[in-house]
Design a protein around this ligand. Structure first.
Ligand SMILES: Nc1nc2c(ncn2[C@@H]2O[C@H](COP(=O)(O)OP(=O)(O)OP(=O)(O)O)[C@@H](O)[C@H]2O)c(=O)[nH]1
Ligand SMILES: [Mg+2]
Length: 323
């Protein structure tokens, strides 16, 4: 299946990943501690150790291969080394700046967490956020990899106003123009709140993607609210159950996003779940996978073939048994 950025996806065999559910390890045994140690260990033991959290719980790939740890590390480093620069804000499509850099945008209902995720992805509080819907009122563009458009390692990221409650009809018109006309748009990331699932307005956007052949991918935002609701540390069994619930949700999303794999060629064959707030093993949950996906959309990801060692070429006359 040929996608707009020219890459080919393997289809057919459903990539049903084996669910590796590992229990949450509780930290440190405190029985022989001195009082100072005990104090520090108590604070540590109240924080669960999620280093064995099954990272494959945060994504569902049916036509793609999950990124390798090296690719994830590369994506993380790319954004660390390339801090974002504010480019422009535009109320209307016709007032947007044009450039040739590859572009990705973040769309979704108001309050779904677009601006927060962007700040997390870009390692800077550069986009405005609020607990009230309707905070982002303009289309805001940020450049990764320098302000000058030299065509190398430069990615433009757009934070869009939300739709639905708190959104405004005129923003919808402008976003629609953008989706229909923007040549540089390599992938639209549609955020769906993991707690609330797909709504009617999301389905309308999905229909627009289809109508305008926009490459798109679903991101389940605020996954912490599903996996770690409340302040109590979940028991391993409770966490396992919630992980299974999230997986099911992602599978259900697939059926809405890509009911016909032959026809819906612009739907990227994976769903990623993440959180802008929850940390696991020193990283924000699922965020590097989203970074990798952004780079991949722009052709800037670490290509796996670069990692492979060149194969040794055996001359024909030295192949055993071919005398
Ligand atoms: N628990 C949790 N809360 C989040 C997360 N991401 C965002 N929030 C909260 O959700 C609220 C809305 O976040 P924003 O990033 O402003 O949402 P938005 O989609 O940009 O909203 P609009 O600009 O109004 O369209 C804020 O109170 C955030 O703190 C997350 O991953 N987990
Ligand atoms: Mg916003």
């Amino acid at each position: 299946m040929l996608l707009s950025n020219g890459s080919r996806r393997s289809i057919g065999s459903r990539c049903l990943q084996q669910r590796v559910i590992v229990s949450v390890e509780r930290s440190l045994n405190t029985t022989t501690a001195t009082s100072r140690d005990r104090k520090s260990q108590t604070s540590k033991s109240s924080r669960p150790d999620y280093t064995k959290f099954p990272t494959d719980a945060l994504s569902y790939h049916w036509e793609t291969t999950p990124p390798s740890p090296t690719q994830l590390a590369h994506a993380s480093k790319f954004f660390r080394l390339n801090p974002p620069k504010f480019l422009w804000s535009a109320p209307k499509f016709k007032t947007m700046d044009f450039g040739d850099s590859p572009e990705v945008c973040f769309l979704g209902r108001s309050n779904v967490g677009k601006s927060s995720l962007l700040n997390t992805l870009l390692n800077q509080k550069i986009a405005h956020t609020s607990s009230k819907p309707g905070r982002t009122k303009l289309m805001n563009a940020f450049a990764i990899g320098g302000l000058e458009d030299e065509g190398r390692n430069r990615l433009v990221v757009l934070d869009m106003p939300g739709y639905g409650k708190g959104g405004r009809a005129e923003w919808g018109t402008e976003v629609l123009k953008y989706l229909g006309k923007r040549r540089q748009l390599k992938r639209a990331f549609l955020l769906i709140d993991a707690e609330h699932g797909i709504k009617a307005t999301d389905r309308q956007i999905l229909a627009l993607f289809k109508e305008h052949s926009v490459p798109h991918q679903i991101i389940m935002s605020k996954a912490d609210k599903v996996l770690f609701p409340g302040s109590r540390t979940p028991s391993p069994a409770a966490l396992d159950g919630r992980i299974a619930g999230l997986k099911q949700l992602m599978e259900d999303v697939r059926d809405v996003v890509e009911p016909d794999p032959e026809e819906d060629v612009y739907a990227w064959g994976e769903v990623l779940a993440c959180s802008s707030e929850k940390w696991i093993a020193g990283k924000r949950m699922g965020v590097d996978a989203v970074r990798h996906s952004m780079l991949q959309a722009a052709g800037l990801e670490l290509k796996e073939e670069k990692l492979a060692k060149p194969e040794e070429i055996v001359p024909f006359d030295q192949i055993p048994g071919l005398d």
